[in-house]
Design a protein around this ligand. Structure first.
Ligand code: HPA
Length: 281
């Protein structure tokens, strides 16, 4: 019987992908940025504001061990280039737990970013709004989360010395980055609040009863991503900024097409936040 190793630092998975990226570029990003559903246009928004040099884009399919995303709206490429004078890695599409991948693969973007040299992760995501005071199409800067995915993103992780990942998650989201993002978006007249992200496994959305429960638990928004990458990034000692975009009121009727359409308007806001915060990454 061969021993199945859960993907974790030292298993060679992220290292192999980083090696393939290194064959294409020696750019050392200061941050990894993950673009959620329909947010691919964030790159052109940031590029139009403050791009420089010659960016490259690599298909996930060309990265050994990187599962191609199966979700419409997730392009499946890694963009590497310079924004506001800072080298940045932008993942156009992420790996979700709800696609049926093992949980540790849902944090592969953080592991790759770390391997490339980044020390900050910016995690964008489409979410359902739980707080009724959130205006439609607003942004939410994540201050904390509830992991309700039914498993921990670090289950089975081993550090290279074999120890389990007993990670301190009392401060997953960097307060300085969160404050700066709030100020930058407000400064540009974008509707933005801060709050708590409830992560669920999906892919079904929430029932009205589940929506009520999540609100009672103290969540501001609900989504199916962010938390695996955020927790893994903390395990690797990185700073995390969570930028969520409210595509719908949770618990009501919602379609994936509606989510994709509404997300397009958030692309500008994410591009703006990356541009304005790049020198603090
Ligand atoms: N629930 C969970 N995830 C989501 C939602 C929602 O209502 N909208 C976008 N992603």
């Amino acid at each position: 019987m061969t021993e199945e190793r859960v993907p974790s630092p030292g298993d060679g998975v992220a290292e192999r992908i980083v090696g393939a990226i290194r064959e294409r570029t020696d750019l050392r990003p200061v941050a990894g940025v993950v673009l959620g559903s329909g947010l691919g246009d964030s790159i052109s928004a940031a590029w139009a504001r403050a791009g420089s040099g010659e960016p490259i884009e690599i298909a996930y399919a060309d990265l050994p061990g990187f599962p191609p995303p199966t979700v419409p709206g997730h392009a499946g490429t890694l963009w590497l280039g310079t924004i506001a004078g800072q080298p940045i890695a932008i993942f156009r599409g992420r790996i979700h737990f709800y696609e049926g991948h093992p949980m540790p693969l849902a944090s592969i973007t953080s592991r790759i970013s770390h391997g490339l040299g980044a020390r900050t992760m910016v995690l964008s995501a489409a979410v359902g709004g739980l707080d009724p005071s959130l205006p439609a199409a607003s942004m939410v800067v994540v201050r904390d989360h509830l992991n309700l995915m039914g498993t921990n993103p670090l289950t089975g992780w081993r550090y290279e010395d074999g120890s389990p990942a007993f990670v301190d998650v009392s401060g997953v989201y960097d307060p300085q980055l969160a404050d700066a993002a709030l100020a930058a978006l407000r400064g540009h007249g974008i509707a933005v609040a801060d709050g708590v992200y409830a992560a669920v496994a999906g892919p079904a959305y929430e029932t009205p009863a589940e929506t009520k429960m999540l609100r009672l638990m103290g969540a501001t928004v609900v989504g199916m991503s962010t938390v695996p990458e955020a927790v893994a990034a903390r395990a690797l000692g990185m700073r995390v900024l969570g930028l969520s975009f409210v595509t719908n009121a949770a618990g009501g009727a919602v379609s994936h097409e509606e989510v994709l359409l509404a997300s397009k308007t958030a692309a500008e806001a994410i591009g703006l936040a990356v541009t304005e915060l790049a020198d603090t990454f």
